[in-house]
Structures are given as structure tokens and as C-alpha cells.
Design a protein around this ligand. Structure first.
Ligand code: HEM
Length: 485
């Protein structure tokens, strides 16, 4: 059956101006990255020579006081009519339950269904994106839809086939990504931050209050918009991160309040910061519990065999293939071959990076002079690379936090033993989170991988292409080293 173009009556009927108020910073004029070619993401989030008014005006860095790095309103559910063929292709992939090429015992019938879907994707028109570029939220939806289609496309291809992303989706994806300053691959923002909707709509009374949707956005009132497998396991995997993001809002508030008090710096401020840091430790413990709760709805074997392979990026491609974007040579301004093509990972969560930066845990510095001489990759550099995959306002937030002229770690060391103790509680809590995370990774990846392994040892890679255990333990050990004597 061909991909049917149907008209959705939800968000697609709205213009970008109707989705966000015209004075919202995301509705402000944005730079056209195609006017300033040759700027790579690795250089930093800002495009040289162009003023990104959305970033300048975003004094809140797109960090909401109620929902943190999650948007306070549900993300756009469907693109307007013009881009409906992309939405229809994604719906069809999900509806037809396309199967992974690496699935054990995949049948010929399943291969045929994917083959036909891929043919249809190749035949899609290359739809211009110009009319999307006035709206950040539509661009986000476009990135989500196109990267989901791309991952469906690549991971249903036979392992012997080269990975050539058809121009019909690859060309618009490269353009959309360039506008958002994101790599053209699925990110944590595509799978978690901008991939949810409310299970229960807000009541009339809730809608009357200032916070509108945000008040209906509690930890259990979310479901994912789009899934690769349609399983509860995949949804719970995404939602466990979303819940951590929402619960983490209190941590962001405590960080902000502490930084305000450092500015004052008197005895009352020291007492307040002591209390905020103890409180922060409690919030991080709560995040750890939410992390461990992933076990309630996500089965490790289902995750490892059925869900995770959809996330693989070029650096964890099962057949180690290079991903080629058809049509890349035809861009008017030179567009570099994308280099950053790692799959989505909660390592791209700005919340956890913010904790590191605030506490001065040294995990996000990319000082090459401190790279170990053992030849192993420095975990700090790897963690820092993950920031390339974050929405650019969140990257700017982390940069702003790092540039704080009064770092808390320096402040604490000049004050009372109680303050040092509270700081150590907070650092200890983050180390506890990482210990728990290592246990989760052992349960969800290392265990299932060792059960399937028939041949000799091989180094396990993260979806982000990292050498798994070495990387995670390195980050955890850096955290432990930050405890003050
Ligand atoms: C079943 C659940 C999870 C699994 C299997 C898992 C797996 C992984 C893997 C494999 C990595 C290595 C980096 C890479 O992707 O290459 C990683 C890193 C990371 N993950 Fe997770 N993760 C899970 C849940 C979470 C959640 C819910 C969070 C928090 C929102 C989180 C936060 C992080 C962070 C911050 C890193 C970077 C390393 C660090 O800072 O310690 N993970 N994760």
C-alpha cells in the first residue's frame, strides 16, 4: 500500500505563530545558517558572524521554571499539510511494525514489508523546508520525524547493503539540522524531550491557571508520541528519562538559589547554601530512584534485542558501514559530510551535565593537556562531545553555567565544615547516581550482550559509540575524586 497523505486536524492546522505567542523568544527571527557556510557544530553552538536572536533573547535558555529542559507545552504532534508525506511515512513505518534487519529469524515476509516501505520513502518528493524555518517548534518536529524515518530506513536495510540515505529525506534533514545546529541523527531531544504528550488533558480549572499545561504535566501523565517498536518497554525507557528531567527541575532551582547566595556571600548566605546543598543531595537521590524504576516497565532483553538496535548511530553500525547522504554534493553552499552521527543517549541530558558543571565535577572539561597518556580516550572529552547533540539553547545554558565567576567548589573550600559536608553530600549523591547507572547498564546491556556472545571478548560500545564500561567508570571515578577532604 502506498504512503497515504492524510490531513491531521490537530497542531498541523496551526501556523507557527499560533503555536507560540509572537513575543515568545522562539518566535523571534532566527539566522539562516546557509548564509554563513563552513561553520561546524564542533566549533560551538553559535554560528560565526550571525546573531541568533533566539539565543540572545533566551535569558531563560529555553529552561522552564516548571519543566526544566522539557518544554512546558506538549511538542507539536504533526507537521502542517505541506510536510504530511513525512508524517505519513513515519506513521506507516510504525503501523507496519517494521522489523530490524538484525532480528533473529526475520522472515521473508517481514523483509518484503520493509523493502516496500523503503522504496516508497525513496520515491517521496524532496519537500522544501523554507516555510518551516520561521518556527523553532516546527523545525524540532521535522528533525524528530526525519531522523525517525532515517533510523527506520537504515536499520531495516540488509547488513550487506551500503547505507545511502535517500535525498528525499536526507536533504531536508541536513537543512533542518543545520537550522537547529544539531547533527542529522536522532538525539535525546528527539526521543525524550520533544517526544511526549499528555495522557490526560488539563482540566478547565487547570487551563485557567497561569501554568496551563505545565500543571497537568506530572510524572505519570505522559506518554511518548512516537516509538520504533510500539512496546511498553521502549516507552518506559524514554519516559524514565523524561521523569528524571521533570523531577530535576528542583535541582535546577536549588542551583540557581545557591548561585544567588554566593553572590551575597555572608554568614546567612553560607547557612542557606548549606541547606540547599543538602536538599540537592536529596533531589539527586530521588533521581536515582527514578532511574532504578526503569526496571518496572522495561525488560532488559527486550530493550537490548528489540529496542536498542534502532538507536545505533554510524559509530555503532552493526556492519561498521559509513552512512552516506545522497544529494549532499548538490547543496549550493558547501555542506560538510556529517561527522557527528552517534545515536541518541541520555548522556545527552543537559540536566546531568548541569549538575557536573555546577558542582565543579570536572567531567565536562575538555582540556586535552589532561588527557591520560595511556592512549585511552578521556571520559571528559567524550562527555563534552555529547553536548553537540543537545538543543543549542541548552548548550548555551551549560556554557553560561561554566562561565560562572564564583564557582561553588571554590566558595565551599573557604567556608565552614558544615558547608563542606553538605557539598560532599551532593557530590556523593551524584556519584551514587552514577553507581546506580552502571548497575543499570550492566543489567540492560552488559548482561544481555554476554548471554548472546558466542565468540571471544569484544569491547562493548554505547549507542553514543563510547567504549562502554571504561567510559562510565571513568566519569564515575572523576565524580568520586571531587569529594573534599
Ligand atoms: C535502561 C536505562 C539506561 C541505559 C541502558 C543507559 C545506557 C547508557 C550508556 C550505554 C551510556 C554510555 C554513553 C553512550 O550512550 O555511548 C550512558 C551514558 C549516560 N547515561 Fe544512561 N542509560 C540509561 C538510562 C539513563 C537515564 C534515565 C539517565 C538520566 C537521565 C542517564 C544518563 C546518562 C548519562 C548522564 C550518561 C553519560 C555518562 C555519565 O555522565 O555518567 N541514563 N547511558
Amino acid at each position: 500500500m502506498p504512503i497515504r497523505v492524510t490531513h491531521s486536524t490537530t497542531m498541523s492546522d496551526k501556523t507557527s505563530q499560533e503555536i507560540l505567542p509572537s513575543d515568545h523568544f522562539l518566535s523571534l527571527p532566527r539566522p539562516d545558517p546557509f548564509i554563513s557556510p563552513g561553520v561546524s557544530l564542533a566549533d560551538g553552538p553559535d554560528l560565526e558572524g550571525i546573531i541568533d536572536t533566539t539565543t540572545l533573547a533566551a535569558h531563560d535558555f529555553d529552561v522552564d521554571t516548571r519543566t526544566g529542559f522539557m518544554p512546558p507545552d506538549p511538542p507539536v504532534r504533526r507537521l502542517p499539510e505541506q510536510w504530511e508525506p513525512w508524517e505519513a511515512a513515519l506513521q506507516k513505518a510504525m503501523h507496519d511494525r517494521l522489523q530490524l534487519a538484525v532480528k533473529e529469524n526475520i522472515t521473508d515476509a517481514e523483509r518484503q514489508v520493509s523493502h516496500r516501505w523503503r522504496l516508497e520513502v525513496r520515491e517521496l518528493p524532496t519537500i522544501p523546508i523554507q516555510d518551516l524555518t520561521a518556527s523553532e517548534v516546527l523545525l524540532r518536529r521535522a528533525h524528530h520525524v526525519l531522523t525517525f524515518i532515517m533510523h527506520f530506513y537504515i536499520h531495516t536495510l540488509p547488513l550487506t547493503a551500503p547505507v545511502v540515505i535517500p535525498a528525499s529525506i536526507g536533504v531536508p534533514l541536513l537543512k533542518v539540522s543545520r537550522h537547529l545546529q544539531l547533527p542529522p541523527v536522532a538525539t535525546y531531544s528527539d526521543t525524550v524531550l520533544y517526544n511526549w504528550e499528555l495522557k490526560r488533558a488539563p482540566s478547565t480549572r487547570e487551563m485557567e491557571t497561569e501554568s496551563e499545561w505545565a500543571c497537568a504535566l506530572d510524572l505519570d501523565n505522559m506518554k511518548s508520541q512516537d516509538l520504533f517498536t510500539g512496546t511498553r518497554d521502549e516507552e518506559e525507557f524514554f519516559l524514565s528519562s523524561a521523569r528524571i528531567e521533570l523531577r530535576g527541575v528542583e535541582a535546577l532551582e536549588l542551583m540557581r538559589a545557591s548561585m544567588d547566595e554566593i553572590f551575597v556571600g555572608d554568614d546567612i548566605a553560607v547557612r542557606r547554601i548549606t541547606s540547599y546543598l543538602s536538599h540537592l543531595a536529596g533531589v539527586v537521590h530521588a533521581l536515582t530512584s527514578l532511574l532504578m524504576d526503569v526496571r518496572k516497565g522495561c525488560d532488559p532483553d527486550v530493550f537490548y534485542h528489540r529496542v536498542r538496535p534502532w538507536f545505533c548511530g554510524q559509530d555503532s553500525d552493526p556492519a561498521e558501514r559509513k552512512w552516506r547522504f545522497e544529494g549532499i554534493d548538490e547543496f549550493e553552499n558547501d555542506v560538510e559530510e556529517p561527522k557527528n552521527l552517534s545515536g541518541p543517549s541520555a548522556g545527552q541530558s543537559a540536566l546531568i551535565h548541569a549538575l557536573d558543571v555546577f558542582l565543579g565535577l570536572d567531567n565536562c572539561k575538555s582540556d586535552t593537556s589532561t588527557t591520560p597518556t595511556s592512549g585511552k580516550a578521556d571520559p571528559r572529552t567524550l562527555l563534552r562531545r555529547m553536548q553537540i547533540y543537545m538543543p543549542r539553547h541548552h548548550r548555551a545554558f551549560l556554557r553560561h553555567l561554566s562561565a560562572n565567576p564564583r564557582p561553588i567548589r571554590d566558595f565551599v573550600q573557604t567556608k565552614t565544615p558544615e558547608l563542606v559536608e553538605a557539598y560532599n553530600q551532593a557530590v556523593g549523591a551524584v556519584k551514587g547516581f552514577r553507581d546506580a547507572h552502571i548497575r543499570i547498564v550492566a543489567l540492560y546491556i552488559i548482561g544481555p550482550a554476554s548471554r548472546e556472545r558466542t565468540g571471544g571478548e569484544r569491547h562493548l560500545k554505547g549507542t553514543g559509540g563510547t567504549q562502554l564500561s571504561q567510559f562510565l567508570k571513568g566519569v564515575r571515578d572523576n565524580t568520586a575524586d571531587a569529594l573534599l577532604q
